[in-house]
Design a protein around this ligand. Structure first.
Ligand code: INI
Length: 157
């Protein structure tokens, strides 16, 4: 094997953008807190973390795209919670959100991380936002650090 590239968790040299949805805000607030906690613990200063709110998960891709294409951010972290419950258009919201984030990250070349819970119940969402099953916001921030690091090893300017 010639070379192995593996990202670390060193702090960003520039700014990072968190885009968070207001829908299910009790859960999403916990994801935002987890993401900030992760970044600060890894040496990112509070001033380097910008935060933009959007109405719901369906609006995450557009705000992420504008942030990613602005050239101001090393990474964009999307945080939200889509909870099936009685929502008939759950599958549409999840599918549009996921494909929108994917096309944004590929088109911009900026890591756009999908830290969005997709659960059947509110209980499952709480479990994944800082109770018994960790915090998906923390995990998303960790993924952002790792992607910035490995992309720079691969030659991203
Ligand atoms: N948005 C969410 O972020 N989570 C949900 O669970 C949700 N449900 O259940 O409907 C949701 N809907 C709103 C959607 O994201 C848009 O904001 C809305 O359709 C306006 O475009």
């Amino acid at each position: 094997m010639a070379k192995t590239f593996a990202g670390g968790y060193q702090p960003f040299s520039g700014q990072v953008l968190i885009v968070a949805s207001r829908f299910n805000e009790l859960v999403v607030d916990r994801l935002v807190a987890g993401a900030k906690d992760c970044l600060v613990r890894h040496g990112v200063s509070d001033e380097a973390i910008d935060l933009a709110y959007v109405p719901g998960a369906a609006e995450l891709p557009l705000a992420a795209k504008v942030g990613a294409e602005s050239g101001r951010y090393e990474a964009v972290i999307c945080l939200g919670a889509v909870i099936r419950g009685a929502t008939s258009h759950y599958d549409v919201v999840v599918s549009n959100m996921a494909s929108g984030i994917l096309s944004t990250t590929l088109a911009s070349g900026v890591p756009v991380i999908m830290g969005v819970l997709t659960t059947d119940t509110i209980e499952q969402a709480f479990e994944r936002s800082g109770t018994k099953d960790g915090n998906k916001g923390f995990d998303a921030a960790l993924a952002a650090l790792e992607m910035v690091s490995v992309l720079s090893q691969l030659g991203k300017g």
